[in-house]
Design a protein around this ligand. Sequence first.
Ligand code: ZN
Length: 84
Amino acid sequence: MIKIPADRYGNTGWAVKARKAFRCEIYPSRDIQPGEYYYRAMAWPGSDVNPDKGFMVMRICRDCLNDEHRMQFDVAVNSATQRI
Ligand SMILES: [Zn+2]
């Protein structure tokens, strides 16, 4: 799991390697395949995307990230995979 720096909206999360297939929670037509890195977003309670009380976690595929976020995601994943 690789921590991604928060973007200008304060969204934060991790790049995580999928151990099994997941459905992307932004566009469910796009599956996250095993072995692929996906973005695990953390939404704080009471924020725009998460009006509920609990902490919310979303699994988002790389394609659904905005440009700024995708760039940070790629940098994090590349540096992690090159270390191995
Ligand atoms: Zn997606």
